[in-house]
Write a protein that binds this ligand. Structure first.
Ligand code: KIV
Ligand code: ZN
Length: 564
């Protein structure tokens, strides 16, 4: 590739002494128009059949798209038939407008009018190419030549539309100067103004001027300059609804749309997940959810994004990449330990603070808002830190491990990921927790016990513990007294082989286990060498859970010592 770049002609940006769009903010959703069934469809290896198009159409309606380009009816029988099926089958809700595309050519325009007969709301969309390059290498004409094509078509469409409108159809017009991005802006404004005149556009009946980046060949800031300049030059801006139709050749379609809206556009033509010619059209889902995560109502419903993805993949036979914004399989997954930690802290912060705002690092959107679950957010692999496993225990199973215990459990999980050589699903993490802590019931086991509690006049409590323990085959009785059940139990086992531990800390909470609620107690002991050891006990009885936790810790220490 060393010298290849020299053959490319760089885009020449407009000279703008002042621009105002960079200081603007997006505060409301644009008018959305889906071009999935036309631009998206024409770019498929296997274009959709009528049934697939119908399913797709209904999905778009469910999402809340009110303007839907349904095809290019004069291009083929399938396209024509689909348009007729929609109209004759009563598939179009009253608040939805269908849009049909046609080239600026008389016989195709006539056929398109036949295709829309009987529809209630229609956008009649015509186009011709206006760019410098297309004029030079395809049409061998000048600006006046392409302007004439557009005006002739506009006049014909206007004339043919009058009886149709008189018969009751709500028919609007849309014109696209195809390859607008590569057209001189003065020429684009001149052509569009002539089209507006030919269509008798006014503020009460504005015409949609759709300004495509048919091939995206400049940076989005240059495009925004073009839009701002075009608006300045267009006589009677109020006669037009300015629409964008970004493609994605440079991978900047979303930025182009967003900056184009800042520069003054009102409407965006887009497709779900960015399907479309070559690198695709701009992705409606990303655009809408970008607005949503800035606190702006996109007026589209992506609350069941997986369902929409399934329809899309089935109908188009295209696959959505695992990192596609907002929908990809991996977009709510954090592999890095520090990310997991931060997510964990953010979740805790939200719970404790009761914040009405979404304030979780690394998750720009609440997965639940798009119908995704927390469950797959964190997967544990050998790169995950201590916080990751604790997060899964908390999020998936409701166990709130004390901070001091997290490194130890993190190491257990880490060792397992290294052994397995793969990431661990949440269920496996829970098993490790159970196997290592709750199931540490040997060699010491509590067989029977009773507590006697006395509460003094001054409120001081005194507990006497009596119990029978088993150590492998030996059964023995112990008694002890203390100011609470844990203290009494600890004193009871004093003098046994278990007394080389001191009690450091404990934490207890309720956890749902099936339809039951159980107490779970996390115990931290320290041995004579200063090493901390943790145990976990569970029981329906909140006094018993910590005792099981103490024995779990002692048993784990014993197992480490005897089994290494
Ligand atoms: O990309 C484009 O220019 C188009 C037009 C037909 C609107 O799809
Ligand atoms: Zn297009």
């Amino acid at each position: 590739m060393k010298q290849g770049f020299e053959k490319y002609i760089p885009f020449v940006p407009l000279k703008r002494p002042r621009r105002s769009w960079p200081d603007k903010e997006l505060k409301q959703a644009p008018v959305w128009c889906s071009v999935d069934l036309r631009d998206g469809n024409q770019a498929l290896v296997d274009p959709m059949n009528v049934e697939e198009k119908l399913e797709f159409f209904h999905t778009l309606v469910d999402i809340g798209v009110k303007e839907i380009e349904v095809g290019f009816p004069s291009a083929s029988e399938v396209e024509y038939d689909f348009c007729r099926t929609l109209i004759e089958g009563g598939h179009i809700p009253d608040d939805v407008t269908i849009q049909v595309l046609v080239q600026a050519r008389p016989h195709l325009i006539t056929r398109t009018f036949e295709a829309i007969e009987g529809a209630k709301h229609v956008i009649f969309h015509f186009y011709n190419s206006t760019s410098t390059l297309q004029r030079k290498v395809v049409f061998h004409t000048d600006v006046q030549g392409v302007k004439q094509i557009a005006v002739d078509a506009a006049e014909l469409i206007y004339d043919m539309a009058q009886p149709v409108i008189a018969s009751g159809m709500d028919l609007r017009y849309e014109y696209s100067p195809e390859s607008f991005m590569g057209t001189e802006m003065d020429a684009a404004a001149e052509i569009c103004a002539a089209v507006l005149d030919a269509l008798h556009a006014d503020a009460a009946k504005p015409v949609i001027l759709n300004l495509p980046t048919t091939v995206e060949n400049c940076m989005p800031n240059y495009f925004a300059d073009e839009i701002e300049y075009f608006i300045e030059k267009l006589p009677g801006r109020e006669r037009a609804i300015l629409s964008l139709h970004p493609h994605n050749d440079r991978g900047e379609g979303v930025a182009t749309a967003e900056m184009g809206l800042l520069a003054g556009a009102d409407r965006v033509e887009a497709t779900l997940f960015g399907n479309g010619e070559r690198t695709g059209n701009v992705d409606m889902v990303t655009l809408a959810l970008n607005l949503y995560t800035q606190g702006v109502d996109p007026r589209l419903d992506f609350s069941q994004i997986n369902r929409i993805r399934d329809v899309y993949e089935r109908c188009t036979k295209m696959k959505i990449g695992p990192r596609q914004p907002y929908v990809g399989e991996l977009v709510f997954t954090a592999f890095s330990g520090s990310h997991q930690d931060a997510i964990n802290k953010g979740t805790q912060y939200m719970r404790q603070s009761g914040s009405p705002f979404w304030e979780i690092p690394y998750l720009p959107i609440d997965p639940a808002d798009v119908g995704r679950e927390y469950e797959p957010i964190v997967r544990i692999n050998s790169q995950s830190g201590k916080g990751g496993a604790a997060f899964v225990m908390q999020q998936n199973f409701g166990y709130d491990l004390p901070k001091s215990m997290q490194p130890e459990f993190g190491r257990i999980v880490q060792a397992e990921t290294e052994r397995a050589g793969t990431e661990l699903p949440p269920q496996r993490i829970f098993e490790l927790f159970r196997e290592n802590y709750i199931a540490a019931t040997a060699p010491y086991q509590l067989l029977r016990h009773s507590f006697a509690e006395t509460v003094e006049e001054n409120g001081a409590s005194h507990v006497r513990f009596t119990g029978t323990l088993r150590h492998t085959d030996t059964v023995f009785d112990v008694t002890g007294e203390g100011n609470g059940p844990i203290d009494a139990f600890f004193n009871a086992i004093h003098g046994q082989k278990m007394d080389r531990f001191t009690f450091v800390d404990y934490k207890e909470h309720a956890v749902q286990s099936g339809s039951d609620s159980m107490a779970v107690a996390y115990i931290q002991l320290r041995d004579e060498t200063g090493r901390d050891i943790f145990g976990v006990g569970m029981d329906h009885n909140i006094n018993l859970a910590p005792l099981r936790g103490i024995l779990s810790a002692i048993n784990r220490a014993w197992q480490t010592r005897h089994r290494g």
